[in-house]
Design a protein around this ligand. Structure first.
Ligand code: NAD
Length: 490
């Protein structure tokens, strides 16, 4: 908590100036109070004023000016790369603060956030280095007389980045590092419940000397976000959040053909083949079926088991999960923290009741831990004998609730795994990697891990079907923020 208190003090020292616009900390022009609550003890640790529509207009104007006439898009990519690498170094030195800010606001356990926060400086480093060599200008020979044609990759323009609360900084930085590398300018709207680490990011960007107006940050709710999405000064909306909000945003963006990319919900399948090695299964399935108390888009929440090994696998999994310590996320030996907010607790409890009512068998959990009377805690919960028609199999719960479904043969397994509107991630467990690869090709999702669970920031991440549009991360993440232009040379 020491680092978190230090970060909070730095933010409170700014008084009412909590918005980063045009290179300065500014006050909101409104009076709607927002709070940040630590979910393990329900304490309010920060109060601030929500930005208004007028504040959004000022931020968009600053980003527009920085794009239309400022130096950032006109620098050579390696020049921009120098700034990005500087941001990476500054954030690397503040890693303990990043980890505690994540734990304090979200309830994600410190053992996880201390490691996973590396992605934040890692993304700035990756994109800062990638643009040293990325072919922004490619010379081709035309087919109409052999003239030269320069095919140029240009920044898409002013980007609105809208992100959720579960991994607040990592998800924002996927967008910021790639968009800045491309030469875009930005207005970022982090979730109003988890704004603290975006403050650290704004400080790092200012310290690195990135020109004023290139990066603007206003944590706000839905209405202010809606104004940002509709703003004619925004060329591209890059959104991470629920599928429902993503569909709405895509519809709004389509009206003026603003570019849009979407990272949305998931209901990822763990496909366990008959020859699977239980060591591999337990090592990744136990932590990644319920990471951040199940509040991760790629959580492996649907587990498909062969009928022949059903009892053995369920017993081993529930045995391992029941040993996970639930409690204070700041304690090093805690394996699972609380849910992030009261509305999440109510949502998850609602799904648990639905699972019971629709006839799934409750094999573990289902209630609230008896020894924890403060905080938004819920027990890790496992349902077995789940039928694909049940709500808990179909809908994203976004909590520590896992459904086991059994299958007859591989064809039945793949059909059940694909029986979803989502297509974000999955895992295949088998001793035969090529058989795993063949299953991965049949499963309709943006990424699949064989015998484990990996999401690598150097690789593309995103959804098939209603899990999204476009990719964050990797080379494809940079290309998300580029437009192609053909210049015919004389
Ligand atoms: P949400 O859709 O309610 O909100 C996400 C963000 O969008 C927030 O900043 C919110 O204020 C804003 N927002 C919501 N409606 C808006 C609108 N109409 N116009 C403009 N902004 C709007 O989602 P959430 O509850 O914050 O996050 C959980 C969801 O995010 C889950 O569905 C999860 O799967 C998804 N998610 C996806 C990924 C991914 O990479 N695919 C990663 C993390 C979370």
């Amino acid at each position: 908590m020491e680092q978190f208190s230090k970060t909070l003090k730095g933010i409170k020292d700014r008084g009412a100036a909590q918005l980063f616009i045009d290179g300065e900390w500014r006050k909101s022009s409104g009076s709607n109070e927002l709070t940040v609550v630590t979910p393990h003890n329900e304490e309010t640790v920060l109060t601030y004023f929500e930005p208004t529509i007028a504040d959004v207009d000022i931020a968009v104007a600053a980003a527009r000016k920085a794009f239309d006439t400022g130096p950032w898009p006109r620098m050579s990519p390696p020049e921009r790369g120098v700034y990005l690498k500087k941001v990476s170094d500054i954030l690397m030195a503040r890693m303990p603060e990043l980890a505690e800010a994540w734990t304090g606001q979200v309830g994600a356990v410190i053992g996880f956030t201390s490691k996973a926060s590396y992605q934040v400086p890692g993304l700035f480093k990756f994109y800062g280095e990638l643009i040293d060599t990325y072919p922004f200008i490619e010379e081709r020979i035309g087919s109409m007389g052999g003239n030269k044609v320069r095919v140029v990759q240009e920044p898409v323009g002013v980007v609105a980045a809208i992100t959720p609360w579960n991994a607040p900084l990592v998800l924002l930085v996927y967008k910021v590092a790639a968009a800045l590398a491309a030469g875009c300018t930005m207005v970022c709207k982090p979730s109003p419940e988890t704004p603290i680490d975006a403050h650290i990011l704004a400080e790092a960007i200012a310290e690195a000397g990135i020109p004023a107006g290139v990066f603007n940050m206003l944590p706000a709710g839905r209405e202010v976000g809606d104004h940002l999405v509709r703003h004619p000064g925004i060329d591209k909306i890059s959104f991470t959040g629920s599928t429902a909000a993503g569909k709405h945003i895509a519809a709004v963006a389509t009206d003026r053909l603003a570019r849009v990319s979407l990272e949305l919900g998931g209901k990822s399948a763990a496909m366990i083949l008959e020859d699977a090695d239980m060591d591999h299964v337990l090592k990744s399935l136990v932590p990644y079926s319920m990471p951040i108390t199940g509040q991760v888009c790629f959580s492996l929440t649907r587990v498909l088991v062969p009928k022949s090994r059903k009892d053995e696998i369920i017993q081993a999994y529930t045995g391992a999960v029941s040993k996970v310590k639930v409690g204070d996320p700041f304690q090093a030996d805690t394996g699972m923290g609380p849910l992030t907010m009261q509305r999440q607790l109510e949502r998850v409890q609602g799904y648990i009741e639905k699972g019971k009512a629709e006839g799934a068998k409750l094999a573990l959990g289902g209630g609230r831990p008896a020894d924890l009377n403060r905080g938004f805690f819920v027990e890790p919960t496992v349902f077995t004998d789940v039928d694909p028609s049940m709500t808990i199999f179909k809908e994203e719960i976004f909590g520590p609730v896992v459904s086991f479904v059994d299958y007859d043969d591989e064809k039945d397994m793949i059909a059940k795994a694909n029986d979803t509107i989502y297509g974000l991630h999955g895992a295949v467990y088998t001793q035969d990697p090529e058989r795993g690869f063949a299953v991965a090709r049949e499963y309709r999702a943006g990424s699949v891990t064989i015998n484990g669970m990996m999401v690598d920031i150097h690789m593309p991440f995103g959804g098939f079907k209603q899990s999204g549009l476009g990719r964050d991360g990797g080379l494809e993440g940079l290309e998300n923020y580029l437009e192609t232009k053909a210049v015919y040379m004389p």
